[in-house]
Design a protein around this ligand. Sequence first.
Ligand SMILES: NC(=O)c1ccc[n+]([C@@H]2O[C@H](COP(=O)([O-])OP(=O)(O)OC[C@H]3O[C@@H](n4cnc5c(N)ncnc54)[C@H](O)[C@@H]3O)[C@@H](O)[C@H]2O)c1
Ligand SMILES: [Zn+2]
Length: 372
Amino acid sequence: MIQRQIDVALGERSYPIYFGTGMTASFAPTCQQHGIPRQVVIITDTTVAQHYLEPLQKHLHHFEFDASSIILPPGEIQKSLSRANVIFTALLQRGIGRKAAIIALGGGVIGDLAGFVAATYQRGITLIQVPTTLLAQVDSSVGGKVAVNHPLGKNMIGAFYQPKFVWIDGQTLQTLPSREVICGLGEVVKYGVVFDAEFFAFLEVNLDAIMKLDQAALMHVQARCCELKARVVAEDEREIGLRAVLNYGHTVGHALEAAGNYRALKHGEAVLLGMAAEAFIAQQMGLLPLDVLERIESFVSRIPLRMKRDALASSKILDAIQRDKKTVDGKTRFVLPVRLGEVRILEGVEPELIRSSLKRAFDLVGKSRSSQ
Ligand SMILES: NC(=O)c1ccc[n+]([C@@H]2O[C@H](COP(=O)([O-])OP(=O)(O)OC[C@H]3O[C@@H](n4cnc5c(N)ncnc54)[C@H](O)[C@@H]3O)[C@@H](O)[C@H]2O)c1
Ligand SMILES: [Zn+2]
């Protein structure tokens, strides 16, 4: 049953995000209401397929959709041009034409990759996002950024391509490993710090409930994050201005991911540490009061992060920050909090300050372990 709907207002490209639990009963009728073509291809990974593919496919067949599937191995490495090409080949071999739809069933990797395929196959075919990780449900499935990675940089080849609708079934999170819940929390906390002090306070109180996958707490989290993201995307679809604030934690975060060769830390984990580091930078530059820094740090330290610190040399991280695509005219941009609910974009943070912010953020991980 659909319990809630949030709309992303983008003129003729507007679309709804539907929320509920155990929603296979109403997915196909919703496709029909949206005029989704009869021929649909579900792109997913083996882990997600194991849990959710068969029921979804059966349900679609029951409503007379011609639903086939393409199942990939899981992992960030799949987000490549060569993997996209394998999918193009499969679509062509199956004779899939423009009057077909792609259903991206999975986490952010599947959403970004299948979305990229939908954006480019025969100049674009219909896309439906069915995110199954917390990260994808609060962030990547909404807003239309689709991409694959290039050996020289993450998300370097992509497009803005909005789905027809986003379908969030909270129950899919029940099978999500706790490390993936933590990754989703990275983006969730970001919304609190950037836009909404009250939401940040909700997260402080409800962190344990969220970690235990409490349905009510999760539903509030998903809805609030999507509401905030929908608002930002409606105002600045192509990240010319406002949308850039969603990069809080990501200047340092992306560099941490790159320095660890995308193996030492997952995206959400890197963003959590990146947010702590960037909050410290803000406090040291006199922008953020100490008590707010301490709240952010204390929140991050409560999350049991795994980190191979040896794989994360400061020099490598600083190099990666220099190369980041958020660099404009040779200067790296930082999104820095000034209070809970407000950030400022700044350039030219001293390398020495970045170095000390990394040390301080890494020390939080030690704290979370010793307090367990
Ligand atoms: N497009 C955007 O705006 C945007 C925003 C943020 C992140 N991203 C991208 O998202 C990607 C990360 O996404 P992610 O964190 O969802 O990772 P992911 O897609 O790799 O999923 C994580 C793991 O969880 C498994 N999984 C997924 N759903 C499951 C379920 N319900 N039960 C059990 N296992 C499940 C997957 O098989 C995978 O092994 C990155 O590539 C990042 O760049 C994109
Ligand atoms: Zn992110």
